[in-house]
Design a protein around this ligand. Sequence first.
Ligand SMILES: Nc1ncnc2c1ncn2[C@@H]1O[C@H](COP(=O)(O)OP(=O)(O)OP(=O)(O)O)[C@@H](O)[C@H]1O
Length: 235
Amino acid sequence: MALRSVTRLFRGGAGVEQVDLQIGFGEIVALVGLNGAGKTTLMRLQLGMLRPDSGQSEIDGTPLRDVDAATWARVGHLVEAPLAYGELTVREVLEMNLALRGGPRSAPRIDAAIETFALAKYEHRRIRTLSMGNAQRVGLAAALQHEPTIVVLDEPTNALDPAGVIVLRETLRSRAGAGAGILVSSHHLDEVARIADRIVVMNAGRLIGELAPHEADLERLFFDTVLRDDQARLP
Ligand SMILES: Nc1ncnc2c1ncn2[C@@H]1O[C@H](COP(=O)(O)OP(=O)(O)OP(=O)(O)O)[C@@H](O)[C@H]1O
């Protein structure tokens, strides 16, 4: 997937500007930045949830407007209000997500997702009665159960307990091992260092640099990169 010179500015001037980013198959790219840096906006632009003012997003080398349904069915994402259907049960949400992607409501696939994300105790509970962390697990199960080859997840470890973080890490590694391209945003540098092939730093709507995941003292490098950018931009 790729963003090519993508700009989208909201009233007031915030947004994303001139973003170029390409994520290859089998690659996990982490997007890091302070609150309000533009990570969610970038992801929405990649997924076509938001139109750019200029530039274009691509999936499989195809501009979004020409991406066919079969390709969209290979995308898995969790960006914003994933589970708007609070009255549905966990199992129903997973069934609906498979159906929305045009696939069969494969019971074994749903069983596997429920097992992977340790949701067996809750499968007949309504979504609105779940804890935040369990709702997040359902969102992730819904995003990943169809084994997507293009994955976009906005702060997926939010609200997860350490066991959930490990499950997610293993699931993403295995997806990437199977050839998926993965874009994931996070505030947890330690966590992204464990799974990402590349760490891309965003600040004030722009991509301002990359950090190597194996580098020592990532946090300091991150803050130095942001500070340098702020100093260069601000009068
Ligand atoms: N629909 C919108 N209308 C106006 N401004 C918006 C809109 N969506 C986002 N913004 C602004 O764009 C900027 C980037 O927001 P975005 O949510 O992309 O940041 P983020 O990096 O995901 O932040 P966080 O880490 O807090 O989730 C912010 O200043 C935000 O207020």
